[in-house]
Design a protein around this ligand. Structure first.
Ligand SMILES: Cc1ncc(C[n+]2csc(CCOP(=O)(O)OP(=O)(O)O)c2C)c(N)n1
Ligand code: SF4
Ligand SMILES: [Mg+2]
Length: 351
């Protein structure tokens, strides 16, 4: 058995959100991942974010590839649409699904092997096309499911469990996503839910290609001294540039901040991203500065986290293709078939 279902019964006093659902309604099956795996913490953050956003579970579509990370969608959003694709091919399936029905909330879940090795081409193209989605990579620097080989995001010099140093340069998916045209890019850590949950909420609300690289230690194969994706290493080298508070357009603004300590980014739908600066000045709307800061962090061995880049007026794939307002899968023969007379005219024009 690859999953264990949870009992459907809820305690009657569980608090419901504005959509009428409890947090339990956003859960999935009992996880079969290793105890302590970072992926389970990210699943919990996705459940919390979806519950707090009051999204109707049946309006979410979660898609993944192959890997422990790509198994994770079984353990959250059990009442949502799910599609477990082939290794590295989630982006093309999600692009197709989004084209067919743009009214769903799309969540892509992948691993560093799934997205940075076999799926690297697909990763680049889904960012470039601006598919309206939240794309989360649960990044542990190894192929966890196939027993811990270095993945393409493993840092050069990082030491394997057997003591061998990685000799290859790493691929930084954050830099790649910004370069390829993603309009919301952040990085976080599975062990920091206070940073991660608001980032996921803001990414889900963003109307364009949103990418989150979440460092997610693999306790079975990559959590030892010398690994740069271990819990200890990430805690010691985490350089958070900002803390985000996501405020939906309908929510009352209740928190106040000292002037100068907050940057406010208003998105097109009226929602607000309030960024509490931590230390240095950092402007996440400056794409070139974001690329520079991320690269500088890599040179210093820092794990730069927070909202790294955002375009508050994103354009998505449907805008680029100028599709009709209603989802394409709702069009019937009457809208799709031009009729015999129109076909005769087209044929005549080609003679
Ligand atoms: C086409 C294909 N090639 C190779 C594999 C073997 N395989 C399964 S999972 C995986 C890597 C998973 O790594 P990652 O995406 O980082 O997920 P993790 O298990 O670390 O969460 C590989 C190479 C496969 N299933 N299909
Ligand atoms: S092998 Fe690693 S990535 Fe896979 S479930 Fe275990 S800890 Fe998580
Ligand atoms: Mg991995």
């Amino acid at each position: 058995m690859t999953y264990i279902a949870k009992p459907r019964l809820h305690h009657p006093s569980l608090v419901k959100n504005k959509a009428g659902y409890t947090r339990r309604d956003y859960e999935g099956a009992v996880s079969t991942l290793c105890a302590g795996c970072g992926h389970d913490s990210i699943s919990a953050a996705i459940i919390q974010a979806s519950y707090e956003l009051d999204v109707l579970p049946h309006q979410i579509a979660k898609l993944s590839g192959i890997g422990c990370s790509s198994k994770a969608p079984t353990y959250f959003l059990g009442a949502s649409h799910g599609f477990n694709t082939v290794h590295g091919r989630m982006p093309s399936v999600m692009t197709g699904a989004n084209l067919a029905n743009k009214n769903l909330v799309y969540m892509g879940v992948s691993g560093d092997g799934d997205s940075a090795s076999i799926g690297l081409g697909q990763f680049a193209h889904i960012m470039r096309r601006g598919v309206n989605m939240t794309y989360i990579v649960m990044n542990n620097g190894v192929y966890g499911l196939t027993k811990g080989q270095f993945s393409a995001t493993a840092d050069k010099g990082s030491i394997s469990k057997k003591g061998v140093a990685n000799s290859d340069e790493s691929i930084d998916l954050v830099s790649l996503a910004i370069l390829m045209g993603a309009t919301f890019v952040g990085r976080s850590f599975s062990g920091d839910k206070h940073q991660l949950v608001p980032l996921i909420k803001a990414a889900m609300d963003h109307k364009g290609a949103a990418f989150l690289d979440v460092i997610s230690p693999c306790v079975a194969f990559n959590n030892h001294p010398g690994s740069t994706k271990s819990y200890d290493y990430v805690r010691e080298h985490n350089e958070a540039l900002n803390r985000i508070d996501f405020i939906e357009s309908r929510d009352e603004i209740t928190t106040s901040y000292d002037p100068g300590s907050v940057t406010t980014v208003q998105q097109h739908d009226g929602s607000l991203l309030r960024l509490r600066k931590l230390g240095e000045e950092y402007d996440p709307s400056d794409k070139v500065a974001a690329m520079k800061r991320v690269q500088e962090g890599m040179q210093e061995g820092e794990v730069v986290t927070g909202l790294l880049y955002v375009n508050a007026s994103p354009k998505d794939l449907h805008h680029h293709l100028n599709t009709v307002d209603v989802p394409l899968n709702t069009l019937g023969d009457a809208e799709l078939c031009p009729g015999g007379a129109a076909l005769d005219r087209i044929n005549a024009s080609l003679r």
